[in-house]
Design a protein around this ligand. Structure first.
Ligand code: NAD
Length: 429
């Protein structure tokens, strides 16, 4: 099928590429001219495993192209996906101006029946607004359908998640767009759930809030573990093997961040408030998440006492492993707090250093993770990159003034670290 994706970011670029990979003709649109130029020249603006090869292959085979013109995207396609940002506003509600802008642009370019699919994460009832906007701004007065098709990809695993989704949710108001939507997704061989638009919109917020809740739950358990001498890893293993619960998202640490969970959670709380429900359960999830970072910073200051004139090595800047995304990263938040306390920082991340530099100023960026500890008073693990587990501990031990590690992601074994002579503080163990 002929598809356009408006917004070529983490979601739009990966979705468009995977649609092309299964045989659709895809045109990706972005209003960031520099990004489009880079993509047209064969560059990739984000790091996502397997993405570069897939983009190059599909461009070479003529199924994937890039433009900065929404009109061109609309003209050349039957189904138009919206994948633009839906950032938070200071009160927690969602800034829908990007969606509204794109709805007007699409409307202005439509000359025949189109299916307009919202893939951005939006508050319930946004589909209705998009529909009204298109109707209002479409001079050609052609027919169209609006569909809600939330995206569940995880950054760092986005290609795998899109090629093999757990489920595809398609929210519609009439049956007309259903066949085309099923045709788009049939190559992915995933269960397809057809719902009304409001339910599809709610599924996304409800799913992300539940995952955030699971993280805060295990983080709360980690506090009880610390106070009682239990080990949160063992507890997570013990409850996670129950199929009704599951082990994933039960990793205690310094809390969740990123461009989705914090904003989707506050958006869901705000939406609920607007429709008359005080979602206190989710407010508590937020509170536990904030408290988890406070507790970790306190662990550092309790041990090192004064941070002024001390140097701390930090491993990890991305909000989680396998990505270069630093938006709302707990690692960056942690670094900024340490800087505020007066510490100098030596930092390393396998992929996120370029994107971190504008956010985290005044730190020394170190290319080799094994060189981070040089001249430091302590080392901190802030992101769960798998490769940090192979840190040269002997070298780090010699480089540090005293071997102290604060492991915010529980990557090392406490007994083993103690045996090696480290002062080792992790979370919930
Ligand atoms: P992003 O910032 O990486 O990408 C958005 C892109 O849209 C940018 O390249 C921007 O230049 C472009 N854009 C903005 N306005 C435009 C316009 N008027 N016309 C054309 N292009 C425009 O954002 P993202 O992370 O891909 O997220 C997009 C949406 O998907 C959000 O609603 C987000 O909540 C949701 N989502 C994100 C993820 C994720 O893991 N990143 C997962 C699921 C859902």
């Amino acid at each position: 099928m002929k598809l356009a994706i408006i917004g070529t970011g983490y979601v739009g670029l990966v979705t468009g590429t995977c649609f092309a990979e299964v045989g659709h003709d895809v045109i990706c649109v972005d209003n960031d001219a520099a990004k489009v130029k880079m993509l047209q020249a064969g560059g990739i603006p984000i790091y996502e495993p397997k993405l570069q090869e897939l983009v190059q292959k599909n461009v070479a085979e003529g199924r994937l192209s890039f433009t900065s013109s929404t009109a061109e995207g609309v003209e050349k396609s039957d189904v138009i996906f919206i994948a633009v940002p839906t950032p938070p506003q200071p009160d927690g509600s969602v800034d829908l101006s990007f969606i509204e802008r794109v709805a007007r642009d699409i409307a202005g370019a439509m000359t025949g029946y189109k299916i307009v699919v919202d893939k951005s994460t939006v508050p319930v009832k946004t589909g209705e607004r998009v529909s009204e906007t298109i109707k209002r701004y479409c001079k050609a007065k052609v027919e169209f359908d609006v569909v809600s098709n939330p995206e569940f990809l995880r950054e760092g695993f986005a290609v795998d998640d899109l090629m093999k989704p757990d489920r595809v949710v398609i929210g519609v108001r009439s049956q007309r767009p259903v066949a085309a939507m099923k045709e788009i997704y049939s190559p992915f061989k995933a269960p397809i759930i057809i719902t009304d638009i409001a339910s599809a919109e709610l599924i996304k917020h409800a799913a992300n809030s539940f995952l955030a809740l699971k993280i805060s739950y295990i983080n709360a358990i980690s506090i009880v573990c610390e106070a009682s001498g239990a080990n949160v890893e063992q507890v997570a293993e013990g409850i996670g093997l129950d199929e009704r619960i599951g082990r994933r998202f039960l990793n205690a640490g310094i809390g969740f961040g990123g461009s989705c969970f914090p904003k989707d959670l506050s958006a869901f709380i705000k939406i609920s408030e607007q429709i008359g429900y005080d979602f206190r359960l989710l407010q508590e999830v937020q509170r536990i998440n904030a408290q988890q970072m406070d507790r970790f910073v306190k662990k550092i200051t309790d041990t090192l006492w004064v941070l002024r004139d001390k140097t701390i090595g930090v491993l990890g800047l991305a909000f989680k492993q396998n990505t270069d995304d630093v938006r709302m990263s707990p690692a960056i938040d942690l670094c900024q707090r340490l800087q505020k306390e007066g510490a100098a920082l030596r930092v390393h991340d396998p992929k996120a250093m370029d994107k971190a530099k504008p956010l985290l100023k005044g730190a020394t960026y170190v290319d080799d993770m094994n060189a981070v500890a040089e001249g430091c008073d302590a080392i901190v693990i802030a992101t769960e990159w798998e490769e940090f587990k192979s840190l040269d501990l002997d070298r780090a031990q010699k480089s540090l003034s005293h071997p102290i590690m604060f492991d915010g992601r529980n990557l090392f074994d406490p007994a083993e670290m103690e045996k090696r002579g480290w002062v080792y503080k992790s979370v919930g163990r």
